[in-house]
Write a protein that binds this ligand. Structure first.
Ligand SMILES: Cc1ncc(COP(=O)(O)O)c(C=O)c1O
Length: 475
C-alpha cells in the first residue's frame, strides 16, 4: 500500500507551525546538525539523519512535513504517545512552579513519582533511587548489588542490551560491546533461552527452559558462586530481539539467585511501563508459573526502569529496591548520587504519565492491541512472506526475525553484519509513511501503547508491501 504522504502546502503541523516555517527551520536544523552535532553509535560522515519537526499521538512529521506512523516509539520510549496533553501540561506547570532543586532536598514531584512507581513494581520494591536514564540505573543497581553482597562479578546474558555507559555496555551482550570491551569489567556472559535459535538443541519450550537454567547453574558453579554479586536480565530482552522467555525461566533464575545468595536484577528499562501489556514484563512470569505449577509472582531484588516511566518527555530512570538491599544502606553510606536524581520536571512528567496511563487504561490497550491486532496481523504477514522466519512478542513489543530460508533459518543478515536489505525495507516503509526500527537481523514493531486498531492496521498494510523487497532475497 503506497500512500500519498505529500503534505498540503498551507496545512499547519500539529504544533501550530506553518509548513513553510517548519521546512525552513528543518533545513537550518539539518545544516547545523551536520556541522556541529555528534551522533550516538555512528560513523559521523556516513550519516544522513531524518529531521522530525512535530509529533502527535502515534505520528511524527519529518522535515518536509510528511506524516509518518511511528512504529518505533523513537527508542521504544514514547509508550504514552507523542505530546500527551496531560504530560505536556504537567511539565509546563512544574516549570512554572519549580524547575530544578538539588537531590538532597525533598520535592513533591519526586515523592509522588516514587510512590506511584513503588505502587506498581512487584513485591516490596518500595524504595526508588532516581537516575537520569537507563544506563545509569543499571550502573547503580550493580553497585548496590556489589556493596550488598561484598562480591564483584556480574552474570549477564548474550543477546542483551543494558546501556551505553562503561559498565552497562560491558554487561551488554550485543556487538556494540566489542569496541568497548574491557574484558576486566567483572562481567561473565551466559546463554539465555531463545527457542528459535536454541543453543540447547531444545525441541520444546519446557526443554529450552530446563536446559537454559542448567546452563546458568553450571556457569554459576564454574565461576564460583561466592564470587557473583548479581545476575542481570531483561525480563523480555528488547533491543537484542524481543525473546519472550519460556514459562518457568524467570522463576528458575529467582530460585538460583536465592540458592547461591546472588542479587537478581531485572532490567525493565525497555520492557516496563506497559510495553508488554503489563506494567512490568516480569508480571508475565507469574502467569506462566501457573503453567509450570510454580506459585506466585517473580520478584527481583532490584528492578531498573527508564523510558516508559514518563515516556521520555524529560530524561528519567531509576532503580526500585527491595527492603533487604535498602537496609544495607540504613546506617552505611550509599556511595553514589547524581545532581539531577529525581529532577522535578522529569518526575512531574512521570506522575502525569503514570496517572494518565492508569486513567486511560493504556496498559490494557497495549495488551489488547497485541493479542487482537498486532500478533495475529504479524503472524499473517509471516505466512505470506518467505523472508519472515519468526514473529515474537507481547503487547506492543514485537520482532520479525528475518531469514534467507525458512527451513534452515539462515539469517537474512549475519550476526554483526550490515543490514542492507533491511535498510531497503525501512526506506520503503518511510516513503509510504511508516517509521519502524531495524535491528540487526530483525524488524521491530514497537508502537506507542496508545495505538488504535486502525493505526495498527495502517502500519501492517505498509509493512506487508515493503516486505516483498526482502522476499526477493529469500529462498
Ligand atoms: C534494557 C535496557 N537497559 C538499559 C538501557 C539504557 O537506557 P538509556 O539509553 O536510557 O541509558 C536500554 C536502552 O535502550 C535498554 O533497552
Amino acid at each position: 500500500m503506497t500512500q500519498d504522504t505529500t503534505p498540503i502546502a498551507d496545512t499547519p503541523l500539529p504544533n501550530g507551525m506553518s509548513l513553510t516555517a517548519a521546512r525552513a527551520e528543518a533545513e537550518r536544523a539539518y545544516e547545523l546538525d551536520r556541522r556541529h552535532v555528534f551522533h550516538s553509535w555512528s560513523a559521523q560522515r556516513q550519516l544522513d539523519p531524518m529531521t522530525i519537526s512535530a509529533a502527535q499521538g502515534c505520528y511524527v512529521w519529518d522535515g518536509a512535513g510528511h506524516r509518518l506512523l511511528d512504529f518505533s516509539s523513537q527508542l521504544v520510549n514514547t509508550n504514552i504517545g507523542h505530546q500527551h496533553p496531560k504530560v505536556v501540561a504537567a511539565v509546563q506547570e512544574q516549570a512554572a512552579k519549580l524547575c530544578t532543586i538539588a537531590p538532597q532536598h525533598v520535592n513533591a514531584a519526586r515523592s509522588e513519582a516514587a510512590r506511584l512507581v513503588a505502587e506498581r513494581t512487584p513485591g516490596e520494591l518500595n524504595r526508588i533511587f532516581f537516575t537520569n536514564g537507563g544506563a545509569d540505573a543499571v550502573e547503580h543497581a550493580v553497585r548496590m548489588a556489589r556493596l550488598h553482597t561484598g562480591r564483584t562479578k556480574v552474570l549477564a546474558r548474550y543477546r542483551s542490551y543494558h546501556g551505553g555507559t562503561d559498565l552497562a555496555v560491558n554487561l551488554t551482550g550485543d556487538p556494540r560491546r566489542w569496541p568497548n570491551d574491557r574484558g576486566a569489567a567483572g562481567v561473565v556472559h551466559f546463554h539465555g533461552p531463545f527457542r528459535y535459535r536454541s543453543q540447547f538443541h531444545a525441541e520444546s519450550d519446557a526443554q529450552e527452559c530446563e536446559r537454559a537454567l542448567e546452563h546458568l547453574e553450571q556457569t554459576i558453579l564454574l565461576e564460583g558462586s561466592e564470587t557473583i554479586a548479581a545476575i542481570i536480565l531483561e525480563s523480555v530482552p528488547g533491543t537484542a530481539g524481543i525473546m519472550v522467555p519460556p514459562p518457568g525461566y524467570l522463576a528458575g533464575v529467582r530460585e538460583l539467585c536465592d540458592r547461591y545468595g546472588i542479587v537478581f536484577v531485572a532490567d525493565e528499562v525497555m520492557s516496563g511501563f506497559g510495553r508488554t501489556g503489563r506494567w512490568f514484563a516480569i508480571e508475565h512470569a507469574a502467569e506462566s508459573s501457573s503453567i509450570t505449577g510454580e506459585s506466585g509472582a517473580v520478584v527481583p531484588d532490584l528492578l531498573t526502569f527508564a523510558k516508559g516511566v514518563n515516556s521520555g518527555y524529560v530524561p528519567l530512570g531509576g532503580v526500585a529496591i527491595a527492603p533487604h538491599i535498602a537496609a544495607t544502606f540504613d546506617d552505611r553510606v550509599y556511595p553514589g548520587g547524581l545532581t539531577y536524581s529525581g529532577h522535578p520536571l522529569a518526575t512531574a512528567a512521570a506522575v502525569a504519565t503514570i496517572t494518565a496511563m492508569a486513567e486511560e487504561r493504556i496498559v490494557e490497550n497495549a495488551a489488547e492491541m497485541g493479542e487482537r491486532v498486532l500478533g495475529p496481523g504479524l503472524r499473517e504477514l509471516a505466512e505470506r512472506h518467505r523472508c519472515v522466519g519468526e514473529v515474537r512478542g507481547l503487547g506492543v513489543f514485537w520482532a520479525l526475525e528475518m531469514v534467507r530460508d525458512k527451513q534452515t533459518r539462515e539469517p537474512l543478515v549475519p550476526f554483526g553484519g550490515a543490514a542492507t536489505v533491511l535498510r531497503e525495507v525501512d526506506a520503503a516503509c518511510r516513503a509510504a509513511g511508516l517509521l519502524l526500527a531495524v535491528n540487526a537481523n530483525r524488524l521491530h514493531i514497537v508502537p506507542p501503547c496508545t495505538i488504535s486498531e486502525a493505526e495498527a492496521k495502517e502500519g501492517l498494510a505498509i509493512l506487508d508491501e515493503a516486505l516483498t523487497l526482502a522476499d526477493a532475497h529469500a529462498a
